[in-house]
Ligand binder design. Structure first.
Ligand code: CU
Length: 326
């Protein structure tokens, strides 16, 4: 279970890394630059306005602050006036031990001029209070272009709907549990893709072991972006194990069998090979000290054509029962 959520979380991170690497003009919608934030913490809402209204320059940007985003402060922008609309919150929040029942509800940057061919950002700092992790929090935005143009970014995805399906989606930030995101230690559970030749190792994990187990399981996903077939020939780990074998598990006549792949694991051109519990895996024999979740194990993978590559494999708790008897 935990490994699944880590994977999901990781893919979100990668998505946001990829998105932020794109030129700003690639965004058609008004969006928040940071799409995820820990619940109950400070957040810098940076709204990105990608273009004007049908070719016209943007002259005003209005952001309605979501309920539960307290103590908001806009960042001034040269060339723009700021209006802060204050009022009562729907309930009373605790801000460092002080009850807070009112504050800014909407921020407006006015009388500016942002030509259609430019993008710009509008920033508000504030704090999330009493909003559950997992909530997608909208910052409804209205973009005004002089007297005859307007874009309202206020649509909110319903259950099972992607915001990509919406024409004018509200900029949203998704709140994450503090322990999922906030601490440095948790970054240890992540694996950043590693490239060797035409191959890319996109995920890697070692199953956490219980004391007394002498054998561990390891898994990588390898993508072959090249035009020639390759093969994972062997794996070694830096310390604390006798050897690593490459194994395959499969159902044969209703019996789950495991066999050693003495020739290694083929990785055909253009293919992705995913090792996982109950299928292809590394079997780490003679482990001196059981691998514990949160640790990292350095491993060297040797490929027939791409050669050797060193990776740091995070140790994770994996669903019991999916692997073989280890
Ligand atoms: Cu095995």
């Amino acid at each position: 279970m935990r490994s699944e959520s880590i994977t999901m979380f990781k893919s979100k991170i990668f998505t946001s890394l990829i998105l932020s690497a794109l030129p700003a003009a690639a965004f058609a919608h008004a969006t928040l630059v940071t799409p995820e934030a820990p619940a109950d913490s400070y957040y810098l809402a940076v709204l990105q306005v990608p273009h004007g209204c049908d070719g016209k320059a943007t002259t005003e940007v209005q952001i309605k602050l979501p309920e539960g985003f307290i103590a908001a402060q806009p960042m001034p922008k040269p060339g723009w006036e700021i209006e802060i609309i204050k009022g009562k919150y729907q309930k009373t929040y605790d801000n460092h031990g002080k009850p807070v029942a009112e504050g800014p509800l909407e921020i407006r940057w006015k009388n500016g001029n942002l030509p259609d061919e430019y993008y710009d950002t509008f920033t508000i700092s504030g704090k999330f209070a009493d909003i559950a992790a997992g909530t997608a929090v909208p910052f409804v935005t209205t973009q005004i272009c002089g007297t005859d143009g307007k874009a309202v970014w206020d649509q909110i995805a319903k259950q099972g709907q992607s915001h990509h399906d919406l024409k004018n989606p509200a900029p949203v930030v998704t709140l994450t549990a503090a322990d999922e995101h906030g601490h440095h230690d948790d970054m240890a559970g992540m694996f950043m893709p590693v490239t060797v030749g035409d191959l890319q190792i996109t995920s890697a994990a070692i199953k956490a072991m219980t004391p007394g187990q002498p054998v561990g399981g390891g898994f990588v996903t390898v993508v072959n972006n090249g035009k020639q077939d390759d093969r994972l020939v062997s794996v070694t780990v830096a310390a604390g194990a006798e050897r690593v074998e490459l194994h395959e598990m499969a159902m044969n006549n209703d019996i789950m069998t495991m066999r050693r792949l003495a020739d290694g694991i083929p990785i055909a051109a253009g293919q992705t090979v995913e090792m996982k519990p109950g299928a292809l895996h590394m079997m780490i024999m003679g482990v001196a000290k059981p691998f514990k979740a949160g640790e990292t194990v350095r491993a060297t993978l040797t490929f027939e054509k791409a050669g050797k590559v060193e990776i740091d494999m995070p140790v994770k708790d994996m669903k019991p029962g999916m692997g073989h008897k280890m």
